[in-house]
Design a protein. Structure first.
Length: 268
C-alpha cells in the first residue's frame, strides 16, 4: 500500500509539472485546446458528407460510424494520456533522456509513461466522449450492466493494444535510433474512422490476425451494435479486445525492457 501511495503522489507531481510546462506557452496551449477538437469534429462531418452523398460504408450508416469513431477516439485519448512518450522514443534514445530515468529510484516504465502527463490530453478525450455520446444517442444504444461491462473491457483492451504496439514500434529506436510509431499511428487512424468491411478480405485478415487493430473499435463496436462483422472469432469480441490488448501490451513491455539493455546512454 505504501508503494502504491508513493507512486500515486509521484503521478500527481508529474501532472502538476506538466500543467506548469503547458502554461509556459499559454497561447499555443489554448490554441491547441481549440484546434485539436475541431479536427475530430471535421472528421465526423466528413463521414456525414461521404455517407449522405454516396451510400453507407460497408453496411454502416452515419449513426453507426459516429459510434465507431467516438469509441476509437476515446481509446486514442487514453493512450495519449499515459503512453504519448512512446511517440518520441527515437529522440529520447538519441538525446540520452533515459539516463535520468535510470538514476532515479523509481520504476523506469512508470517514469517513462507518467513523466509527460499533461492536461492538454483532454483535447482528445472530451471530443471523443462527446462524439461517442452522440453516436450512442443516434443508434439508441441501450445502457445495461452487460453492455457497460463489455464497453469498458473493449476500451481498456483497445488502450492497452495501442500502447503495446506503440511500445513495440517505438522501442525499435534502441536498435536503429529511430522509432516507427508514425506507421502505427496512420494504421490506427484508418482503423477507427472507417469500418473494416470496406477493405478487401486480405486487408481485413491482416488487420485482424497479424496487426489486430480491427479489435480497437470495429469488432467491439460491431458486437455492441449487433452489426455484421464477418468474423469467425468465438465468444465476445469485446472480451477478445481485452485479452489481445493485455497480451500485446505485455509483449510491448518485454520489447521495451529488452531495448533498455541495448541503450547506449548519451555518450560524450
Amino acid at each position: 500500500m505504501g508503494v502504491l501511495v508513493r507512486y500515486s503522489r509521484m503521478a500527481g507531481t508529474f501532472l502538476r509539472l506538466g500543467f506548469l510546462v503547458s502554461m509556459e506557452y499559454r497561447t499555443y496551449f489554448f490554441a491547441w485546446l481549440v484546434s485539436n477538437p475541431l479536427s475530430y469534429i471535421f472528421g465526423l462531418i466528413s463521414l456525414r458528407v461521404v455517407v449522405s452523398q454516396f451510400q453507407p460504408l460497408g453496411g454502416w450508416g452515419f449513426e453507426q460510424l459516429a459510434f465507431l469513431y467516438g469509441m476509437g477516439i476515446i481509446s486514442h485519448a487514453l493512450s495519449v494520456i499515459f503512453f504519448v512518450q512512446t511517440w518520441f522514443m527515437g529522440s529520447l534514445v538519441t538525446q540520452g533522456e533515459f539516463d535520468r530515468m535510470l538514476l532515479r529510484p523509481l520504476s523506469i516504465p512508470f517514469q517513462f509513461c507518467f513523466s509527460r502527463l499533461t492536461i492538454g490530453c483532454i483535447s482528445d478525450l472530451i471530443p471523443g466522449i462527446v462524439i461517442f455520446i452522440y453516436g450512442c444517442a443516434a443508434v439508441a444504444f441501450q445502457l445495461t450492466l452487460s453492455s457497460i461491462a463489455s464497453l469498458l473491457l473493449a476500451l481498456i483492451g483497445a488502450t492497452l493494444l495501442r500502447a503495446g504496439i506503440y511500445f513495440i514500434t517505438g522501442s525499435i529506436a534502441f536498435w536503429t535510433k529511430r522509432g516507427m510509431t508514425d506507421i502505427a499511428f496512420n494504421i490506427f487512424d484508418l482503423s477507427i474512422r472507417y469500418p473494416m468491411s470496406i477493405y478487401p478480405k486480405a486487408i481485413q485478415f491482416l488487420l485482424t490476425f497479424l496487426i489486430p487493430v480491427g479489435l480497437i473499435a470495429f469488432y467491439p463496436a460491431g458486437q455492441l451494435l449487433n452489426m455484421q462483422t464477418d468474423t469467425f472469432l468465438p465468444w465476445s469480441l469485446c472480451m477478445w479486445t481485452f485479452f489481445i490488448g493485455v497480451i500485446i501490451y505485455i509483449l510491448g513491455m518485454l520489447v521495451f525492457k529488452a531495448g533498455l539493455k541495448r541503450y547506449e546512454s548519451a555518450g560524450s
